[in-house]
Design a protein around this ligand. Structure first.
Ligand code: CP3
Length: 319
């Protein structure tokens, strides 16, 4: 259970009273502490504490996490000139604090560490919209109306992300996840034309390291095959697509990750465990299922329900 996971834990909220989100990310000792916090619940792997937006600042597009608003990019992209001025950085220049955190975490961790980055479309959507958007209208206006400019933006982001994931692996990440969280808003044809080549640029190169790659998006029922074609050892599935149906579409030569509805954790343990079992039933005991939520855990999730689900998955899937 990952992706903004920290917020459901009191220990995390306590640290946040003293430090901003970006301070936590930029201080390896603190990022290490937050990465280790959820492990008391019995997870099989840890996810690095960072955020997909961190590369934007050294690329030349500073942002903040505004209270109640989510991420805000200060100077959203509106012109080709701004795209041309974005810097294609190396991870060591500007994201060295993430790599330092990985090295520090690896010294303490006995289970695998999952690194991650945002995929180019999802990052471009924040850069162009200036934050979260209900319909990605500005991003798609650029994509459809000025495809050369959009491609230039995607190429820069893809190269930064490729280098960043490589650097995370070199620093010790045991697996990496590529979050294309908002790509489900695109039709398959537009995904293939405007997104897939850039994701392939990243994943075909990262695959050479031999480290497993998890490729995830939300609302991707109609894109699973195209995402598989773009790459990934494991394809992440949101909770709206039954896992058995998704796996058939993806192909049994790939692993799948998912896909319990995060809201099923909000009421009682019984409800939570029943939903977890439904996911296990859909996976049918087949090798290559990574149990997870279908998207990020919600801040109001009771910790006891998380523990109950982890214990149930371990017990029910023990071989
Ligand atoms: O589980 C973890 O804590 C791992 C670290 C992690 C964070 N963000 C920390 C975070 C990971 C893997 C992410 C990924 C991320 N960030 C994604 C992709 C995953 C997904 O949800 O689809 C996206 C789209 C983002 C961008 C982002 N960062 C959003 C939309 C927000 C929420 C803003 C809000 O206030 O609702 C963030 C902030 C963020 N990232 C928090 C954490 C722990 C919350 C910060 C806080 O207030 O303490």
């Amino acid at each position: 259970m990952m992706r903004q996971a920290g917020r459901y834990m009191a220990e995390y909220r306590k640290l946040r009273e003293k430090h901003s989100m970006l301070e936590l990310c930029k201080t390896p000792e603190l990022a290490t502490e937050v990465t280790l916090q959820p492990l008391a619940h019995g997870f099989d792997a840890a996810i690095l504490f960072a955020d997909i937006l961190l590369p934007l600042e050294p690329m030349g597009a500073p942002f903040e996490f505004a209270k109640g608003e989510g991420p805000v990019v200060h100077d959203p992209i509106q012109s080709r000139g701004q795209i041309d001025r974005l810097r294609v950085i190396d991870a060591e220049d500007g994201l060295g604090y993430v790599l330092a955190a990985i090295r520090m975490i690896k010294k303490e961790l006995k289970i695998p560490l999952i690194g991650f980055a945002g995929a180019p479309f999802t990052l471009a959507s924040y850069l162009v919209e200036g934050g979260k958007s209900p319909n990605f209208a500005k991003t798609k206006k650029l994509m459809f109306g000025a495809p050369d400019d959009f491609r230039a933006l995607m190429e820069k982001l893809a190269e930064v992300v490729r280098r960043y994931l490589r650097a995370q692996i070199a620093a010790g990440a045991d697996a990496v996840q590529l979050f294309d969280s908002w790509v489900g808003d695109l039709s398959p044809a537009d995904y293939v034309e405007h997104v897939q080549p850039h994701v392939r640029h990243i994943l075909s190169d990262v695959a050479k390291t031999g480290v497993p790659v998890l490729h995830f998006g939300v609302g991707t029922a109609t894109l699973l095959e195209e995402m598989r074609e773009a790459g990934g050892t494991v394809i992440g599935v949101d909770w709206c697509t039954p896992l058995d149906r998704a796996w058939k579409a993806i192909g049994y030569d790939r692993a799948v990750q998912g896909n319990m509805d995060p809201c099923a954790l909000l009421s009682t343990r019984e409800v939570a465990v029943r939903h977890a079992q439904r996911v296990l039933d859909a996976a049918g005991g087949r090798a290559g299922h990574v149990f997870n939520l279908g998207h990020g855990i919600l801040p109001e999730t009771p910790v006891d329900n998380v523990k109950a689900v982890v214990a149930h998955v371990h017990e029910a899937s023990a071989r």
